[in-house]
Design a protein around this ligand. Structure first.
Ligand code: NAG
Ligand code: NAG
Ligand code: NAG
Ligand code: NAG
Ligand code: NAG
Ligand code: NAG
Ligand code: NAG
Ligand code: NAG
Ligand code: NAG
Ligand code: NAG
Ligand code: NAG
Length: 535
């Protein structure tokens, strides 16, 4: 123990200095800011029991001159019998002290250790203590030197407080190692001082020996690939001085076989847990089917584990190839889904492109004359002028001139006279599509005749397909005859005056609904031309 501490205070008269041990060692250490004492050790007993000897204290100055200490020397220093007490000791108190009683004198060299801000103890003032694992570990905080003055005691392990009580009593485990600090709070003249005593506890392996053993199976085959390396890992539980080695029928000089540096670790049970790695590089046939033995042994017991290298069966799909395959498959699936979505969105364009590409023509063999019969409101009231222009000029200009379709427009193509109903019926029969240009007035008009006839063909006899062009927006459903409501929505096109280009969606959709027909080569220059008729 480097430090002594003084208990005696003036107002505790019943406590005699005898309760403190005298300090005989010449080198003493104290912690800055803590209470501390020096106490003279009597070597010669007084001649008479009633004799009261006087003691004198000196501090040696820089020139090794003794300077007698008295109560005026420092307010922190007090004298009590054979004690010299510091309340508390400070850095400036370091130096050599001596005391003289009768003809005896004694001297000490005091070192004061500077307090560190962030640690609860100083490593220079620890007591080292070793405890065997599984043996009793007892940490208690007692300080007989100051016992009467201690107000409060607390215990810290590695500077973390151990919750009450401030003591530990258990069987030692390796995890118990650490710095245990007892902090005694001492009251002196109404002021509180702390005294810290720290013990460095190390848990060591007990003397009881275990039977060394190799962990795991006693025989192991390891699959290897020729030309590759392998590491054989042998793990054992053993005592500190047991033998642990690899042996195999191969010379030490073989550069492809070597042992790794030893690795060991203590387990919590106090056994040595060690493993040794044998590395075999550049594996060739001669390393296969040989036993590589790993042995742990002491005077009483031996344990061996054998490894054998065998050639690895080639795996069908190596892991990385498999992962790459999965990735590719996922990628392709996503691509396919995207493709399908794009096809659905651009169906019309694709179909038109395909028709052009293969020059498909479905009009050659069905014996019909017209590609489409155009039905619209024939009476040319001024308010229907646009509709008329669309049916008789715009539509034929695009479908006939541009794309080579043949339309049947009753007004234009039928010689006046004859039975209108029969005529219409036979013309519709000769047509592949029935284009109905739908407007509010259409349905209230006589053109219904065509409509009825065409609808009959389409819906009952399924001979003709209807294309509905909504010329003016018709929002009310009641406006449509019930039979038209059966039409599939995609067969209804909406004409917008801003669909003039041949490339606009309206014309593409219309071409898509028209029968496929081989046409004269697409005339590029006309593409951008407006189609809308002059007024
Ligand atoms: C009491 O003082 C003596 C003498 O300095 C010392 O050896 C001992 O360790 C001290 N006890 C405590 C608990 O500090
Ligand atoms: C101490 O006791 C002795 C005899 O036992 C006596 O001679 C001496 O005078 C006493 N000293 C004092 C200081 O009383
Ligand atoms: C101890 O005391 C003797 C005489 O009493 C003196 O000669 C000697 O120098 C002293 N030693 C120290 C270390 O003070
Ligand atoms: C505490 O004990 C351990 C183990 O004996 C030792 O390595 C370490 O240096 C000691 N710490 C101090 C501050 O003495
Ligand atoms: C010291 O202990 C007394 C009673 O034991 C208590 O009243 C007092 O508050 C304590 N002082 C300190 C500073 O802990
Ligand atoms: C003494 O230690 C206690 C904790 O045990 C702490 O609360 C107190 O501030 C310390 N006092 C001094 C003067 O260091
Ligand atoms: C060897 O095996 C032990 C226990 O199975 C393991 O702790 C250790 O990390 C292994 N060493 C290597 C290099 O794989
Ligand atoms: C390895 O151990 C097996 C049985 O455990 C033994 O038959 C063989 O001779 C040993 N080989 C070497 C090289 O020690
Ligand atoms: C070891 O090498 C020496 C010569 O280098 C050879 O005579 C001996 O047979 C070798 N032993 C084995 C086990 O390979
Ligand atoms: C490994 O440990 C064994 C004893 O267990 C010792 O003889 C050998 O020298 C050690 N090897 C190395 C590389 O530390
Ligand atoms: C591996 O072994 C073969 C045959 O023994 C030898 O030709 C080759 O150089 C070796 N490779 C390495 C990297 O040691």
């Amino acid at each position: 123990m480097h430090r002594g501490e003084l208990l005696l205070v003036f107002f505790v008269l019943t406590v005699t200095s005898a309760s403190k041990d005298c300090i005989s060692r010449p080198q003493v250490h104290a912690m800055e800011g803590e209470p501390f004492y020096l106490k003279f050790c009597e070597t010669s007993s007084p001649v008479y029991k009633n004799e009261t000897a006087t003691i004198r204290w000196f501090k040696h100055d820089a020139f090794h001159q003794r300077v007698e200490l008295n109560t005026e020397s420092s307010s922190r220093i007090t004298f009590n019998g054979y004690d010299l007490e510091f309340w508390p000791v400070e850095l400036e108190d370091k130096g050599t002290y001596s005391s003289q009683v009768r003809n005896d004198n004694q001297s000490w060299t005091l070192t004061v250790i500077q307090r560190k801000e962030h640690s609860c103890f100083s490593e220079k003032l620890v007591t080292n203590k070793k405890v065997e694992v599984k043996k009793a570990l007892k940490v208690t905080c007692e300080n007989p030197n100051y016992s009467e003055l201690i107000n409060h005691t607390s215990l810290y392990k590695n500077c973390k407080e151990v919750i009450n009580p401030p003591m530990i009593q258990k069987d030692a485990e390796f995890g118990d190692a650490g710095y245990y600090s007892c902090v005694f709070s001492v009251l002196h003249n109404g002021k509180q001082y702390n005294i810290t005593k720290t013990t460095n506890i190390t848990v060591i392996q007990g003397n009881s020996k275990i039977t060394p053993a190799i962990l795991g199976r006693k025989f192991e085959t390891v699959e290897v690939e020729l030309g590759k390396d392998v590491a054989l890992n042998c793990t054992a539980l053993l005592n500190e001085n047991d033998m642990f080695y690899w042996n195999f029928l191969s010379n030490n000089s073989d550069p492809n076989v070597h042992e790794d540096v030893n690795k060991t670790a203590w387990t919590f049970e106090g056994k040595l847990h060690a493993y040794k790695i044998l590395r075999i590089g550049n594996i060739t046939e001669k390393y296969l089917s040989v036993l590589y033995n790993c042995t742990v042994a002491n005077e009483e017991a031996t344990d061996t584990k054998s490894f054998r290298l065998v050639r690895k069966e080639m795996v069908d799909i190596p892991g990385h190839v498999f992962r790459r395959g999965i990735f590719v498959a996922v990628f392709i699936s996503v691509a396919v889904v995207c493709g399908v979505i794009l096809c659905v969105i651009y169906k019309v364009d694709l179909v038109l492109f395909y028709r052009r590409l293969v020059e498909r023509d479905e009009t050659l063999t069905d014996g019909k004359t017209y590609d489409a019969f155009v039905s619209y409101l024939k009476e040319c009231h001024p308010k229907n002028g646009e509709e008329y222009t669309f049916a008789v000029e715009t539509l034929p200009r695009v479908l006939e001139k541009q794309f080579g379709y043949k339309l049947c427009i009753f007004e234009r193509d039928v010689v006046p006279g004859g039975a209108v109903v029969d005529e219409i019926h036979s013309l519709i029969e000769k047509s592949r599509r029935l284009i109905i240009i739908l407007s509010q007035s259409y349905l209230t008009n006589q053109t219904r005749l065509e409509l009825e006839s065409g609808l009959h063909e389409a819906l009952v006899e399924r001979k003709i397909k209807i294309i509905l062009i909504e010329f003016t927006p018709t929002n009310s459903c009641t406006f449509l005859p019930p039979s038209l409501k059966l039409l599939k929505p995609y067969r209804v096109l909406k004409w917008k005056a801003d669909s003039p280009s041949y490339n606009s969606r309206f014309w593409k959709n219309l071409l898509y609904l028209m029968p496929a027909k081989a046409i004269k080569p697409w005339r590029e220059e006309s593409e951008a031309l407006p189609v809308l008729s002059e007024p």
